[in-house]
Design a protein around this ligand. Structure first.
Ligand code: APR
Length: 258
């Protein structure tokens, strides 16, 4: 059964000329990638993701934190993009110039065919030196044990400092170039579609607000209420992997690969 999309939402998508799609953990949930609000399991079950994803946690216990990121990278490698990611790529293919802005550190948008998503919070696949910031190569792929394990981070080839995940931790600034691209795109779009984000983490949550303030229409896809309900003209309540393909099909007919 397809999801029923109100005709006004389909019409907004069909009419839009400059589109921004902002995604969060919810779009990858149906690919089996846990969101940050899910309880941690295994080695990390005593911990809170918001406390582990910090510079302080890495400083205090690098093996624990690096092991967590290796476990997450291994889980993402095994995961596959879902119909929500495919629908985003279909919007991009249909409306050239569409900008995809993601808070996710996975690569599921790229693997679904999105060309150059803006990674506001960095990537699991771009580690760098914690000392000199030089990009580091990824350790050989290993399937991490289900319960996780401690893994000492590799050392930088140039300065021997520990390599750190190339993600934005709580308390850290976002990569300026990514933030600039996202804000510029939001400021000049006519439609912003926000998908699977709690709208709680700033400055990412500001991006739909910028678009709305400057006159764009906002469509939100999320099974739950969020603070972004207030800026969204249309709230489509449901899982991204069902709602987004239905939205695309309602706008342009069944152009989605299944
Ligand atoms: N489809 C769409 N949305 C979903 C789905 C789904 N199948 N499942 C859950 N959601 C929604 C939840 O209702 C929630 O609003 O996805 C959202 C996930 O919220 P968060 O886990 O807070 O993820 P996100 O908004 O991406 O978090 C922002 O905070 O945790 C840090 O740095 C991390 O990038 C992350 C940032």
């Amino acid at each position: 059964m397809g999801h029923v999309v109100p005709p006004e939402a389909a019409a907004l998508l069909e009419r839009a000329r400059r589109i921004v799609v902002v995604t969060g953990a919810g779009i990858s949930a149906e690919s089996g990638v846990p969101t940050f609000r899910d309880a941690l399991t295994g080695l990390w079950q005593r911990f809170d993701a918001q406390a582990l994803a910090t510079p302080q946690a890495f400083e205090d216990d690098p093996d624990l934190v690096w092991g967590w990121y290796e476990w997450r990278r291994s889980a993402v490698r095994r995961a596959r993009p879902n119909a929500g990611h495919a629908a985003v790529a279909a919007i991009e293919a249909r409306v050239p110039g569409t900008v995809v802005v993601t808070q996710n550190v996975d690569d599921l948008h790229e693997r679904a065919g999105s060309t150059d998503p803006v990674h506001l919070h960095g990537s699991l696949f771009a580690p760098r030196c914690s000392g000199c910031s030089r990009p580091a190569s990824l350790p050989d792929v290993a399937d991490e044990p289900a319960g996780g394990r401690r893994v000492p981070p590799p050392r930088c080839a140039a300065c021997a400092a520990p390599v750190r995940p190339g993600v934005v931790w709580f308390g850290e600034a976002l990569p300026q170039a990514a933030l600039d691209r996202a804000v510029e795109a939001a400021a000049s779009c006519d439609l912003l579609v926000t998908v699977g984000t709690s709208g709680l983490v700033y400055p990412a949550a500001e991006i739909p607000q910028v678009a709305a303030r400057l006159g764009a229409t906002v469509i939100q896809v999320n099974p739950d209420e969020t603070p972004l309900d207030a800026v969204a003209e249309v709230n489509l309540r449901g899982p991204a992997a069902r709602v987004l393909p239905a939205l695309v099909a309602a706008a342009w007919g069944d152009t989605m690969p299944t």
